[in-house]
Design a protein around this ligand. Structure first.
Ligand SMILES: NC(=O)c1ccc[n+]([C@@H]2O[C@H](COP(=O)([O-])OP(=O)(O)OC[C@H]3O[C@@H](n4cnc5c(N)ncnc54)[C@H](O)[C@@H]3O)[C@@H](O)[C@H]2O)c1
Length: 384
């Protein structure tokens, strides 16, 4: 089994999930990390027993084939572009870049250089995303005609120690959490053709609620409530509300409406949860999760709830795909399409008009339980 060397750039909040989950997957080994903040890189290297490097030396390291870009969205393009130029395959946290123009440049340069470009979110590879995909592909609710998504909370400044980027251009609920919803929808329904939206920014400032900067006020520079309609190429119309101005609500995360029934899909920010399907107007019944390995709870949240979080599975799939010479699922082309959809939602809200989406992507191949287990070093199966 070939093992590819991974270098992490960006040793902030989310890096612990990548370091924590890496050992659960085969074919990848995190060997080094780097950060513009030397102290963050040193602390992380010590904690996880990997080499601490400068970004430059990490990109030159012979034992590193894959760079994982965990920097803030504003830095995604520079870090990913430089890594590609250095001859490394790149897997980036979402969004792929701060703008679709930058995202397109990354996709084109990866193609030109013959390198893989992958991007989070990989949560659609989870047990729930795949159970929903299977139910749709088996025709359980027939042709999809519509849906609704709700991603509503009061933001992350109460727990994130450095939430500035979340309230700057490139952040906000649409660009920060929208990728999970839109990627899940693209996995289920295929690409989006056009969008229309309205947006608001009810609060001009936010107060940091944890860490050394607790109590500090930060400016809000991007809409924090966005309501939109996604018109999919397959004909389905899906409403999507994303807000950080809501304390409580009673909506489901994702509902999909078909000709022959409806489907509920749990929070696409995680890998598990129950998918439920109704036959016509009958009761919702849990869809089988096929004993998918990404269903098992492995992360305790601040609230005490245990969730399934297999972040890095998209990178493991990309590494396996590279070795097998097949397409990887968290593909940059899909990341670019999702980014353009999100960007156009904000554009539509700004200009009060319908905005066409120019990019297209294929639905990624489904990831069955056996293949997911194989990514984790279990029984091996032929690649999709
Ligand atoms: N925090 C979460 O719960 C979460 C969850 C999923 C995805 N993400 C995504 O992960 C990414 C990082 O988020 P985070 O919350 O860990 O942010 P963070 O601010 O906690 O960490 C980002 C790190 O990147 C470093 N950095 C910034 N620019 C850099 C550059 N040019 N070169 C090298 N290092 C650089 C910073 O010094 C910092 O240590 C974002 O794209 C975010 O959308 C975060």
């Amino acid at each position: 089994m070939s093992v590819l060397g991974v270098g992490i750039v960006g040793c902030g909040t989310i890096s612990s999930r990548y370091f924590g989950n890496a050992a659960s997957f085969q074919g990848i080994e995190i060997r080094a990390c780097a950060d513009v903040m030397d102290a963050a890189a040193r602390r992380t290297a010590e904690q996880y027993d990997v080499r601490c490097e400068s970004v430059d030396s990490l990109l030159r390291a012979d034992d590193i084939q894959l760079i994982v870009n965990l920097t803030i969205p504003a830095a995604h393009f520079d870090v990913s572009a430089t890594a590609l130029q250095a001859g490394k395959h790149v897997y980036s946290e979402k969004p792929l870049a701060a703008t679709s123009a930058e995202g397109r440049e990354l996709v084109e340069s990866a193609a030109r250089l013959g390198l893989r470009l992958g991007t989070a979110p990989d949560t659609f590879l989870g047990a729930a995303g795949q159970a929903a995909r299977r139910a749709l592909d088996e025709g359980r609710i027939g042709r999809v005609v519509g849906g609704s998504c709700h991603c509503l909370s009061h933001g992350a400044e109460s727990w994130h120690p450095n939430p500035d980027f979340l309230y700057q251009e490139g952040g906000g609920p649409m660009l920060d959490l929208g990728p999970y919803y839109v990627t899940m929808l693209v996995n289920l329904l295929g690409p989006v053709a056009s969008v229309t939206a309205h947006a608001a920014t009810p609060f001009a400032t936010r107060k940091i609620g944890s860490g050394p900067r607790s109590g500090e006020m930060i400016a809000v520079e991007t809409p924090t409530t966005v309501h939109c309609i996604l018109s999919f190429e397959c004909g389905a119309l899906v409403t999507f509300s994303a807000s950080w101005d809501v304390w409580r609500h009673g909506h489901n995360n994702i509902e999909i409406y078909g000709e022959a029934g409806s489907m509920l899909v749990p929070n696409p920010n995680f890998f598990g949860g129950e998918v439920a399907v109704s036959e016509w107007d009958g009761p919702f019944v849990a869809a089988p999760d096929d004993c998918h390995p990404f269903a098992r709870g492995n992360r305790k949240m601040r609230t005490g709830t245990v969730v399934a979080d297999y972040r890095i599975s998209g990178l493991a799939d990309m590494a396996a795909a590279l070795v097998a010479g097949r397409p990887h699922r968290c593909d940059g082309t899909m990341g670019l399409h999702v980014l353009e959809v999100l960007e156009n939602i904000l554009l539509s809200a700004r200009d009060s008009r319908v905005v066409e989406v120019k990019t297209r992507c294929l639905r990624p191949a489904a990831l069955g339980a056996a293949e997911a287990r194989a990514l984790m070093g279990g029984d091996t199966v032929a690649s999709a």
